[in-house]
Design a protein around this ligand. Sequence first.
Ligand SMILES: [Zn+2]
Length: 68
Amino acid sequence: MDQHSMSTQPGEIKDPVCGMTIDAKQAIANSLTTEHEGTTYYFCGRGCKLEFSDDPGHYLDPSHRPSM
Ligand SMILES: [Zn+2]
């Protein structure tokens, strides 16, 4: 498994909670997506999804800096 491939693939997207780059297709396959105000967001894991669902406004605030 090569998880450090530098090639950017279409469908790569950022997790708004932790800022990690994730594969949208994988997130969809794992049900790690949520819809907020008509936009679909993708997450690296269940924890980030739950945190976002708790307080979407906090993570969408432009002053929020994603951190691991
Ligand atoms: Zn995350």
